[in-house]
Design a protein around this ligand. Structure first.
Ligand code: MLT
Length: 269
């Protein structure tokens, strides 16, 4: 039990008094993505996982979406939950784009970064055009259709047959995204800046995690980030596609656990 701060009436229980771990999900998912991490990492960190605007239970809002706006939302959430110290920011895919923007906007709030199944480059012209086509299809034919089309590329091919429940879990998350959230996130990703020039400026520990069989973002994009980041470690997870934290939660959590412990040790010593 934590004693109440002077200006606050209520005492409260928190999973851990140590580091705060902010988990930012990818597209078009929600905080349920992090179910195995909420379970297993709460003994080593306070785990905070938002539903980004328009995703999961969060309202879509009225402003045009950008990675900057989504990073601002995350900062407001940290203030709302009373975070006092810099946090470990972990972003999956689109969440990684937001994590890098968060670092640009609030470097003093970043204790370390974990970049999962993501890349630092901006969209190519071809990718931008595809974002527009996907947004149009979502408007014309609905979110579930786009979700169903995208679903097969989310998991490593082997995991499709072996884990039908997992596939269903991911499909439910995707289908629950609001139309405004899906279209807004596509716009934000399309317009996101190139983060490659940011990488050499990152002066905090960075852990990069990537599924060996990622069909959406190739491993070479993770290697390019590692090469541009002097302090980064890259861990490839075998038997995992775009969602290594769900496909191989034990290996994923072990890697993150060790990283968080090394941060705590550094801070104590
Ligand atoms: C994601 O998983 O967040 C997206 O697929 C990333 C992207 O489309 O660039």
């Amino acid at each position: 039990m934590t004693n109440p701060p002077e200006e606050f009436l209520l005492a409260y229980q928190d999973s851990c008094a140590g580091l705060t771990l902010l988990l930012i999900h990818g597209f078009p998912l929600n905080s349920n993505l992090w179910e195995p991490q909420m379970e297993d990492l709460r003994d080593v960190a306070r785990v905070v996982a938002p539903d980004l605007r328009g995703h999961g239970l969060s309202a879509p809002g009225d402003e045009p979406y950008s990675v900057r706006l989504m990073a601002e939302d995350c900062m407001q959430l940290l203030e709302a939950v009373g975070a006092q110290d810099p946090v470990v920011v972990c972003g999956h895919s689109m969440g990684g784009y937001i994590a890098l923007e968060f670092f640009r906007q609030y470097p003093e709030w970043v204790d370390a970064l974990i970049l999962v199944s993501t890349r630092a480059t901006a969209d190519s012209d071809e990718a931008r055009q595809k974002r527009d086509e996907t947004a149009q299809r979502a408007k014309d034919e609905g979110v579930p259709l786009v979700a169903r089309e995208m679903l097969p590329s989310m998991l490593a091919p082997n995991n499709h047959e072996h884990t039908p429940e997992l596939l269903e879990f991911v499909r439910d998350m995707m289908e629950s995204t609001s139309l405004k959230g899906m279209v807004g996130a596509l716009q934000a990703m399309k317009e996101r800046p190139d983060s490659m020039p940011t990488l050499p400026e990152i002066d905090v520990p960075v852990l990069i995690i990537h599924g060996e069989d990622d069909q959406l973002i190739p491993v070479k994009d993770a290697e390019a980030m590692r090469d541009a980041l002097p302090t980064a470690e890259l861990v490839l997870i075998p038997g995992a596609g775009h969602l290594p934290n769900l496909e191989q939660p034990v290996s994923f959590n072990e890697v993150v656990w060790d990283f968080l412990e090394s941060l705590s040790e550094e801070e104590e010593g």
